[in-house]
Ligand binder design. Sequence first.
Ligand code: GLN
Length: 486
Amino acid sequence: MNEIIKMTATELAEKIKTKQLKSAEVVQAFIKRAKETDSKIKAYMEITEEYAMAQAKASDEKIASGKETGALEGVPIAIKDNILIKNLRMTASSKILENYIAPYDATVIEKLKNSGAVFVGKTNLDEFAMGSSTENSAFFTTKNPWDTERIPGGSSGGSASAVGAMTAPLALGTDTGGSIRQPASCCGIVGVKPTYGRVSRFGAVAFASSLDQIGPMSKTVEDSALLLNVIAGYDKKDSTSINKEVPDYVKNINKDLKGLKIGLPKEYFIDGLDTDVKKSIDETIKIYKSLGCDIVEISLPHTDYAIAVYYIICCSEASANLARYDGVRYGFRAECDNLSDEYKKSRGQGFGPEVKRRIMLGTYALSAGYYDAYYGKAQKVRTLIKQDFEKAYEKVDIIMTPSAPTPAFKIGEKSSDPLQMYLSDIFTISCNLAGVAGMSVPCGFSKEGIPLGMQLLSKYFDEEKMFNVAYKYQQATDFHKQFPRI
Ligand code: GLN
């Protein structure tokens, strides 16, 4: 295995900047690895070799001529295929956008370009980011690099699998109810959902706008912190982004944790929790105790309602957001004699079954006579869930839970039962409903050798502390240094 692909983004950035490595040679190494392994994994919708090599060459020239460089100068990154890169195809893994070419850059892409990052590919997802396994992609299912019979998680399964298989040191995902953290946990990597409003969503395909966030994925905590440094910040093009200073997330990552209070919500440690998951969390608690942290039991009493509330809210917002795909303005069009048939057939043929299910559920929840009973009620319970977190943070600095209730399951195991699939996100959804920040960090392996993840949840805009807590754990463990044999 080429030594380059084992390096962290932080190391690569340093080596490229100091001319020990050329960006072109780094990018080539990752693309070679992707070409060798991706027929088995299928993480990528497209490997953008030509685009990446041109960017790498530009970075190398910039460095050679002594010009100022960016924080990720010459470093490869894979991008979830629901984020726009100008002039590249962007499908959201849906037939309805199969041939859509992005007319502009998302804000995060603009920021990455300014930082010198190199885009090596667009990664597969569940159609419109609806799912937990990538089985809802209209094109193909991505495999878990640790066991190709298993799902990589979802919906950012392509990004998680790409980083897990070491075909990119960094990736971007989006997280509406767990789509960064759950696949990160399944693929043995770090995945971060920043506080709602921390990262601009301009140029990311809208699924449920009050929940969606873009976030970093990488093998190490430090790399995700470095990536968040680049993509975070206010953007006037996203009215929900917050005008608040962005700290340097790497600077204080190594602070001592003595006296830090970690809360364990009792509602998350239910009977029937997978024994390997439970064991890995018990071991994690021991490590944090040895680092001087206090472990405190807390309660998030409205946890039981989170899945129901989430599915009413996300489906309602999706039904509104996806109304724009009508076969007229852009995307796939079914040719018909009259406009009304054209709408129906374009949407009927363009959307897959899960997307249709959610549009119908959402339309129902928003319809006259049902609005108060469903959407209105869900919003009220959402406020209670948010208040649960606010109360908990009066007692603790950070909350810890498992990231997912089970290790990555087998492909096909849950695809015929949407409810079972929805339960995969039982631990990640409340974070989006409350708007707080969350991340998954590798914390062990199941008996079968499948990665497991713990979730850390911080107060609003306290990602700095979250990274610190996660970083100290990685310093004390080596789960993130294991590689799949693919
Ligand atoms: N799995 C969840 C869903 O299907 C979350 C998806 C996401 O975060 N994009 O809605």
